[in-house]
Ligand binder design. Structure first.
Ligand code: SAM
Length: 195
């Protein structure tokens, strides 16, 4: 598969690893802090959690720390991003994390195995959104939460309306909305039957 990279920092497309350092600037907490995100995810320490598109792991690291008896799986389309996240975890001796490289065309993870699936400033970059949403529905437990955050400044950002109309086509309903139009998180839960 050919990846459509951004050709500039502010362009649309898959985020280039050479700019990954900008995703680690603590200034980002003004828009969304890892602490706020973990509250929105309603995490419990034994949860199994999937983060799609972790980049270098700004949110992954504090979230892995909360999952003392659980685990975090990081799924990214770029090996360089997974390598950066792994290095940061290793430095802090965090061991409950697994790393999965994907090809953007399938998600090779077990059905109904995750309590939470989340992504931050990723959904707009995903080419095959239909396939991802079907796959997320498959791998999420029946009482699980899909949580999607979008932040100001992301050229691929979806509006709340665009996101809700997309996700609710795939057997999800909106359960909670946090933040404002610029920076928001929407949590979705599974509805029993897929229409
Ligand atoms: C803008 S970065 C966000 C990184 C991180 N979520 C954060 O907020 O710091 C987008 C990430 O999504 C990944 N990505 C893009 N398309 C993807 C896909 N189809 N599947 C998995 N990851 C993808 C990119 O490689 C990159 O790591």
């Amino acid at each position: 598969m050919t990846k459509q990279y951004k050709n500039s920092f502010s362009g649309k497309g898959v985020f280039p690893p050479k700019y990954a350092f900008t995703l680690l600037i603590p200034f980002r907490n003004i828009f969304l802090s890892p602490r706020k995100l973990s509250q929105r995810l309603e995490l419990q320490e034994n949860h199994t959690v999937l983060e799609i598109g972790p980049g270098p792991g700004y949110f992954s690291l504090p979230i892995a720390r909360i999952l003392k008896k659980g685990k975090l799986v990081l799924l990214d389309i770029q090996q360089e991003m997974l390598d950066m996240a792994r290095k940061r975890m290793k430095k802090r001796k965090i061991t409950n994390v697994e790393y999965e490289l994907c090809d953007g065309e399938s998600i090779a993870l077990e059905s109904k195995s995750f309590d939470r699936v989340f992504m931050v400033t990723v959904i707009g970059e995903i080419d095959n959104k239909d396939l991802y949403l079907k796959e997320i529905h498959r791998i999420l437990k029946d009482d699980g939460i899909l949580s999607i955050s979008e932040l100001a400044g992301d050229p691929d950002k979806l509006t709340q309306e665009e996101l809700e109309s997309l996700v609710t086509k795939y057997g999800f309903q909106t359960s909670k909305t946090y933040g404002n139009k610029k920076n928001y998180t929407i949590n979705f839960t599974k509805i029993k039957t897929l229409h």
